[in-house]
Design a protein around this ligand. Structure first.
Ligand SMILES: NC(=O)c1ccc[n+]([C@@H]2O[C@H](COP(=O)([O-])OP(=O)(O)OC[C@H]3O[C@@H](n4cnc5c(N)ncnc54)[C@H](OP(=O)(O)O)[C@@H]3O)[C@@H](O)[C@H]2O)c1
Length: 299
C-alpha cells in the first residue's frame, strides 16, 4: 500500500503521515503546498502541489512512486481565510481536489477526502447527531467549497468522504489546533473566550488518523462521519481541558456565536453520528477525558 498524503505538513496531515509510516507494509509520498519543511523523522518525497498542477504534472512528478491510495487532507482550512479570499478557497479546496480525482481515476487509486462537519452549518443537528445521509446545509465559503469537493470525490466513484468534527490533540506540526490556542491562554493566565452555544463532537487527532487509514485500507466508498463520542459546547470542551490538564476554568469567558462581530456565522449544532464508521471499521474514538489523559502524559 503506497499512500499519497496531501497537507502532510499541517496539523492533521503530519499526524496521519506519522501514523501511516508506522504501519507495516505502508509507504508514503507526502505533498505540501508551501515551502515549509515537513516536521518528519522519516523519509518522504516532497512535491509542490498547487492549483496550477495538472494531471500530467502529477503523473510525471509521482512516477515511479504511483500511489495505490490518496489521503487528501490539504485544504485552505481556516473558515475566516476562506471568507476573506473565496477564490483562494475555491482553488485550494475544489480545484486541487478535482485534479486529485482525475489522477486517482487515471492510476486506479482509491481516494479518501477529508471534509468537515461544517457542511451542516445552516441547520441544527437532530438528537444523536447528523448521519452521513442527512442533507448538507453549508453556511460559509469554507463549507461550500468543501461540499463542492465532496461532490467531485463521490461522482468520481473512486473513494470516500470523511467528514471530521473539531480536531484536538498533539501534532508535530507547528499548527496546534483548538487545544493549542486554548492551552496557551490557560498557561498565560489570560481569559479564554469560548462559545456556549456552538455544539460539535470533538475528536482526538490520533483517532482521526486511525479512521482515515482504516477507510483507505478498506477502500470504503461514500460518506463517513468521524466525530468523537460526546456532543459538547466549546465552553464544556474548555472546562474538560482545564480539569484534565490542571488549569483554572474560571479563565473561561462564555461568549455567543450570535455576536454580530463573528464572521463567518458559526453553526449552532453540527454534532455527528459516527456509528457507521465504528460499525464498518471498528474505530471507536476516545472520549475527551481519556484522550486528554494521554495528551497529559505526552506533555
Ligand atoms: N482542524 C480541524 O478541527 C478540522 C475539522 C474538520 C475538518 N478539518 C479538515 O482537515 C484537514 C486538515 O486540517 P488542519 O487543521 O490540519 O489544517 P492545516 O493545519 O491548515 O493543514 C492544512 C494543510 O493543507 C495544505 N494545503 C493548503 N492548501 C493546499 C493546496 N492547495 N494543495 C495542497 N495542500 C494544501 C497546507 O500545506 P502547507 O503548509 O504546505 O501550505 C497545510 O499544511 C483540512 O482538510 C480541514 O478542512 C479540520
Amino acid at each position: 500500500m503506497h499512500i499519497l498524503i496531501t497537507g502532510a505538513g499541517g496539523f492533521l496531515g503530519s499526524v496521519a503521515l506519522h501514523h501511516a509510516v508506522s504501519l507495516p507494509g505502508v509507504s508514503v509520498t507526502a505533498l505540501r503546498s508551501g515551502t515549509q519543511r515537513l516536521p518528519l523523522s522519516v523519509t518522504t518525497n516532497e512535491i509542490f502541489l498547487d492549483e496550477s498542477s495538472s494531471l500530467a504534472h502529477l503523473t510525471a512528478a509521482l512516477h515511479p512512486n504511483t500511489p495505490s491510495h490518496i489521503l487528501h487532507i490539504g485544504a485552505l482550512s481556516s473558515p475566516e481565510a476562506c471568507e476573506k479570499d473565496p477564490f483562494a478557497a475555491e482553488r485550494s479546496n475544489v480545484t486541487v481536489t478535482k485534479i486529485l480525482c482525475e489522477y486517482a481515476g487515471h492510476i486506479g487509486a482509491h481516494i479518501t477526502f477529508v471534509s468537515t462537519d461544517l457542511i451542516f452549518g445552516a441547520t441544527k443537528a437532530p438528537v444523536g447527531g447528523f448521519k452521513p445521509e442527512d442533507p448538507p446545509s453549508p453556511s460559509s465559503v469554507y463549507s461550500t467549497t468543501k461540499l463542492a469537493a465532496e461532490k467531485l470525490v463521490l461522482e468520481s466513484g473512486r473513494g470516500a468522504v470523511a467528514r471530521v468534527s473539531l480536531i484536538y490533540g498533539h501534532s508535530p506540526s507547528p499548527a496546534k489546533g483548538v487545544l493549542g490556542w486554548i492551552e496557551r491562554s490557560f498557561k498565560e493566565g489570560t481569559p479564554v473566550s469560548l462559545f456556549h452555544d456552538e455544539f460539535r463532537t470533538p475528536i482526538h487527532v490520533q483517532d482521526v488518523a486511525t479512521a482515515l487509514l482504516s477507510i483507505a485500507r478498506l477502500k470504503l466508498l461514500g460518506r463517513w462521519h468521524c466525530g468523537g463520542p460526546a456532543r459538547l459546547s466549546r465552553v464544556e470542551f474548555g472546562e474538560k481541558i482545564a480539569e484534565a490538564l490542571g488549569y483554572d476554568a474560571t479563565l473561561i469567558v462564555p461568549s455567543s456565536r450570535q455576536d454580530p462581530l463573528i464572521h463567518p456565522a458559526r453553526p449552532e449544532d453540527v454534532s455527528l453520528d459516527s456509528s457507521k464508521l465504528t460499525q464498518f471499521t471498528g474505530c471507536a474514538p476516545l472520549d475527551v477525558t481519556s484522550a486528554l489523559s494521554s495528551y497529559r502524559k505526552w506533555r
